[in-house]
Design a binder for this molecule. Structure first.
Ligand code: RRO
Length: 284
């Protein structure tokens, strides 16, 4: 059998597939099912400092080329998220990435400190959610670097920074967070988009705009990962539209050390991890 294990910083992944953030929430039992189903690592939905409702329905719309979402960073109170994460970290046989967000630098640090106590394998800083009021921090190199630096000062856990493709120069942001101490980068978050119901002449999503994911964004993700890889020396988790082993290999050829699988889980179920891995093995 081909060995497709890989390293992400100090952790060994039995294979390069990672459940991306947001797809299956933060419930420990759900994430453990994915961990036991063949994923190389799992990522929680982004955890914030306090309970957050998220946007009104509809929050998801399927388009012919991908999924458009505007969940709006919904999450339970921090204490509840921490209990779920604690259970997940205790029981998971694969590395756990805790995704976190804050409305400012102080909130990022607060969540990072509290989450670090339950010792996930990695923290992922979500500076790139497209579904917030105004622009995400990730469009600004200086602010992204400041958040990275402050979180790094507050934790011993390796920090991954998740970048947005909705910028003119993603490599510039990648270099800034690398300079601020980021241990790795994940790219990309969803691409800002919109869908209109032409019968009602209204936007379909209650939030009007959403983040597009799925096969439509794969070429954008491959281009972003390639550009980042040329400019930074830290590992990259390549995310965006991966549905098959060939897609995963393409992303790794662009420079990714591991790949995030998100929308494909919704389309094909959690068996997607073993399917992608066996396709990678065959290709190798
Ligand atoms: O919750 C969301 O609406 C959301 C988040 Br936090 C994110 O990072 N990316 C996305 O497409 N949706």
């Amino acid at each position: 059998m081909v060995d497709i294990s890989t390293r992400l910083l100090k952790k060994r992944l039995k294979n390069p597939t990672i459940l991306t953030s947001g797809i299956l929430g933060i419930s420990s039992s759900t994430l453990l099912r994915v961990a036991n189903s063949g994923a190389g690592a799992v990522t929680t939905k982004s955890i914030g400092p306090r309970r957050r409702e998220g946007h009104k329905n509809p929050v998801v719309v399927e388009t012919p080329c991908g999924l458009l979402n505007a969940i709006g960073l919904s999450c339970p109170p921090l204490g509840e998220s921490i209990e779920e994460l604690k259970d997940l970290v205790k029981k998971s046989r694969v590395p756990v990435i805790a995704s976190i967000y804050g409305r400012n630098v102080e909130e990022f640090v607060e969540v990072a400190e509290k989450i670090s106590r339950v010792k996930p394998d990695f923290l992922e800083l979500n500076v790139s959610c497209p579904n917030i009021e105004g622009k995400p921090f990730g469009v600004n190199a200086e602010i992204s670097a400041r958040i990275t630096e402050m979180v790094k000062d507050s934790t011993d856990i390796s920090v991954i920074v998740k970048l947005t493709p909705n910028v003119s120069d993603i490599a510039e942001i990648a270099k800034a967070v690398e300079g601020a101490g980021a241990d790795a980068i994940s790219a990309i978050n969803s691409c800002s988009g919109m869908a209109i119901n032409i019968e009602t002449s209204r936007p379909i999503l209650a939030n009007k705009f959403g983040g597009l994911s799925g096969p439509a964004i794969k070429p954008i993700a491959v281009r972003c990962v390639y550009e980042i890889y040329e400019d930074v020396d830290i590992p990259i988790i390549g995310i965006g539209g991966i549905q098959s082993g060939r897609d995963a290999i393409e992303m790794m050829m662009a420079g990714a050390s591991a790949v995030g699988i998100g929308t494909a889980v919704m389309n094909h179920g959690i068996e997607i991890f073993t399917r992608i891995c066996s396709e990678i093995e065959k290709f190798m």
